[in-house]
Design a protein around this ligand. Structure first.
Ligand code: SAH
Ligand code: SF4
Ligand code: F3S
Length: 481
């Protein structure tokens, strides 16, 4: 990976024009400021990052963390004691936004107690004009605001804020070049996320993501493979390839490449033991990909394939571009080629026009596809999307009832499939100490199901044989063999 020694940067020269060099230059400058301030104050400066969104956002936070560490900030245990607080926001549903506003209110008090505290907001929510207006009017204690396209500029924005002592807003409407080689601090030592593409072109009619993450663009395969090789050399065993729709990876690149080909290339990287990816859009799932998953021994036997809904008319209005039959056909094909695969999904309830009868179709898909897991969401109206102005919005009490019916269909199947694992032995990667009982470790099976088993911190990051002894709907219990 790109290694830069900030000590070798001449911070009294003019800022370089190269995007990458420029940021390292500003990191060096901010580091000088922070060192000076820490000396004056007699204790180090600290940061706290809160991530509100998906894996993509979480991975962006790892880049923010990497840059802050370069600038000599230390990680704070608690938000209220931190000198630099960043909220990496999400706007996919309204409640994600409400949480941000709620927390910002609290931060006003913390900032009064710590005059050094700086507050930065970034991520998807900041790409919306209405949000920016609200921040400017009601949250004047915010110091820095940036969006999804210019995250790499953190150091430059911090420097500007230190110099001017005025709030800095920098939001781009469009993406610039993909900036490679930012410093990154991974959350896990032995597993890592890798962006393979950014943005989304699908414009599902309920979804805000294409508006806040911009048009789809893929990274070239050489950059991806080099990153993964460097991760492997650094001890990483599991990589998750990230994109809003990995199945359309490669479109628009000069090289002849597909996601299936990329998977086969990643499978060759020495040291990597497990490969995962998120997310697959059913409309673009190719046979070629199914065969690649079947053939590549490191690719986990798990696919997350969001269905959203089962009714063809609803799917059409959602602009999903597949039918219930097509989806079920895919499930069948996948299970035929890879018999023990786990299929998980996203389901949305309450899309405009979705009647009780429409929900029956969703329940039918649940029963036929027999999902191993599902994220279920209540439709949330997102300003600016086509669905937000549809007239047939569904009343809340009806949505709640339909939502419960979906859960009633889903949960017994998930439980039943989980129970089939009892008595069998699986390879499990130990992720963390259990939050409820320190003597337990939590880990994931290859199919992504969660298991708790007796162990200690020293086991984290390794892969163990674990015998499943009991099952619940949302997790398994096991013992190391
Ligand atoms: N790109 C991924 C999904 C990203 S968003 C894909 O297409 O599969 C993750 C999930 O959030 C979606 O699958 C959808 O189920 C849900 N979601 C998106 N917009 C939503 C909205 N307006 N209200 C409720 N749920 C939504
Ligand atoms: Fe949103 Fe659809 Fe793109 Fe997924 S594919 S991010 S649901 S627009
Ligand atoms: Fe992810 Fe939320 Fe943005 S789901 S892409 S963080 S809107």
């Amino acid at each position: 990976m790109f290694e830069v020694d900030l000590d070798n940067i001449n911070t009294s020269s003019v800022p370089p024009l190269d995007k990458n060099e420029r940021q390292y230059y500003y990191m060096a400058k901010v580091r000088d400021i922070i060192r000076e301030k820490s000396r004056e104050r007699g204790k180090p400066f600290t940061f706290f990052i809160q991530t509100f969104g998906c894996q993509m956002n979480a991975h962006d936070s790892e880049k923010l963390r990497g840059m802050l560490r370069e600038m000599d900030y230390e990680e704070a245990e608690e938000e209220k004691n931190a000198d630099f607080v960043i909220y990496n926001t999400c706007c996919v549903r309204e409640n994600a936004e409400n949480k941000v506003y709620g927390n910002l209110g609290y931060l006003k008090h913390s900032k009064r107690e710590n005059p050094h505290m700086k507050i930065a907001l970034c991520g998807c929510m900041m790409q919306q004009d209405t949000v920016l207006q609200t921040i400017r009017q009601k949250y004047k204690h915010v110091d820095i605001v940036f969006g999804t396209f210019n995250l790499y500029k953190l150091a430059e924005l911090m420097y500007t804020n230190f110099e001017t002592e005025a709030p800095v807003f920098d939001i781009w409407k469009e993406h610039g070049d993909i900036v490679e080689d930012l410093p990154t601090i991974r959350h896990f030592k032995y597993k890592a996320s890798v962006n393979i593409m950014f943005g989304c072109n699908n414009f599902c009619s309920y979804c805000i993501v294409p508006y806040v993450r911009g048009r789809e663009r893929s990274r070239c395969s050489a950059d991806i493979i080099n990153e993964i090789k460097a991760l492997a050399a650094d001890g990483v065993k599991e990589v998750t390839l990230l994109g809003q729709n990995v199945n359309s990876y490669g479109r628009g690149l000069e090289e002849e490449i597909t996601f299936a080909k990329l998977l086969r290339m990643v499978n060759e990287v020495e040291g990597i033991e497990r490969i995962r990816f998120m997310t697959s859009h059913p409309k673009d799932l190719s046979d070629e990909l199914i065969y690649a998953m079947r053939d590549c021994e490191k690719v986990c036997k798990h696919i997350h394939l969001p269905v959203q809904a089962g009714n063809d008319e609803i799917l059409r209005v959602m602009n999903r571009k597949y039918t219930k039959q097509h989806y079920l056909g895919l499930v069948e094909k996948i299970r035929k080629e890879i018999p023990d695969i786990a299929i998980t999904t996203d389901i949305m309830v309450g899309f405009p026009g979705e009647t009780k009868e429409c929900v029956e179709d969703t329940i039918d898909v649940i029963k036929k596809a027999r999902f191993n897991g599902a994220f279920t969401f209540i439709y949330s109206k997102r300003t600016g999307t086509p669905a937000a102005v549809m007239e047939n919005q569904i009343p809340e009490d009806q949505v709640k009832k339909n939502f419960n019916r979906v859960l009633e269909a889903l949960n017994p199947i998930i439980y039943e499939l989980n129970c089939k694992k009892v008595g069998k032995v699986y390879k499990v990667m130990a992720d963390d100490v259990s939050t409820s009982d320190e003597s337990y470790i939590t880990g994931r099976l290859e199919d992504n199901s969660l298991v708790h088993f007796k162990g200690d911190r020293s086991m984290i990051g390794d892969i163990f044989d674990v015998k499943i002894t009991d099952c619940k709907t949302f997790y398994l219990i096991g013992e190391k063999v």
